[in-house]
Design a protein around this ligand. Sequence first.
Ligand SMILES: Nc1ncnc2c1ncn2[C@@H]1O[C@H](COP(=O)(O)OP(=O)(O)OP(=O)(O)O)[C@@H](O)[C@H]1O
Ligand SMILES: [Mg+2]
Length: 323
Amino acid sequence: MSLKEVFESQPERRYVMFGGKGGLGKTTLSATCALWLASHGKRVLLFSVDPQASLSDIFERDIFGKGPVPIIENLWAQEVDADRRIREYQDEIRKKILDMYGFDRVPEEIDSYIAAASAEPAMEESAIFDAVVDIIVQGDYDYYIYDLVPLGHALYYLSMAKVYDEWINKITKLREEMRQYDEVAATLRGQEAAEEDRILEELLYIKRRINTSSEILTDKRRTAFFFVLVPEEIIIQDTLKAAELFSRFDVPISGYVVNRVLPDSLGQANIPAYLRNRHSMQQKHLQQIRSGFGKEILAYVPEMERDITGIPMIEKLAERLFT
Ligand SMILES: Nc1ncnc2c1ncn2[C@@H]1O[C@H](COP(=O)(O)OP(=O)(O)OP(=O)(O)O)[C@@H](O)[C@H]1O
Ligand SMILES: [Mg+2]
């Protein structure tokens, strides 16, 4: 199957991700697919949480932290400002604490606790996770293309849904048990049953959101998770290892895209020895890729004459990739 056939034959897979090691072409391919789908009349949101602002780079305009920005007809791109998101997250937690406990000011100990907790990488992840959940549960677009940050991170992100889920399950259960005692105590004291439990409600709300998003992102029927590699020894080895790791986390991989393939015609041309060497080395690695990944390879993407930036260049690549 080709990448084009995957999109055409499985229109219900509306969530698209490209994973892979750093710098192999995840952003390039995400943008290329987004542009191609949009030019075929699909409403597409291409988004990223990468502080590198690589979507701004590829579209050659500043879209960082500006919400969904229209790029061409049917295509919107969004770069989440993760730092701002974390600050908003802190404020939200403060506000919730005030509401829940009826304080008019967050006590100093709690405030410094929130500040310390937010410095944790986990807090950052959770703020980013929340931003992604917000984006994918809205359902206004035909396609959501998530331009992932490099490999390790993506794996962490995808597996985190599971960790979160377990954690929240535990707390919710505890909280439910506690509530029974609260109710008994209230009845014994002759009071009305305890007022609605806002903490439990909040937890259940978060749980529903996380469930929805992790279900979406790991559901092969709704999500296409492609892997990018290039014909180089170390990348091939790493990709084989990653594939194993992902399958252990139950993250289904929908196929592989081989990027930066030198044109075949180079082999026949009268070229300098240096280039000829590079070309025959690549041929060897391509052979290795074919035997390692076989039918799971969906596309070979040519090495272009320059970096892929700006709409005309992305269009040019889309033409090579989809026709
Ligand atoms: N087929 C190609 N031909 C020419 N240049 C390419 C090709 N694919 C990618 N590039 C260039 O390689 C660089 C890295 O690509 P890209 O930013 O898409 O990688 P990435 O996987 O998103 O990187 P990161 O892991 O940092 O997010 C960019 O400058 C891009 O223009
Ligand atoms: Mg990128």
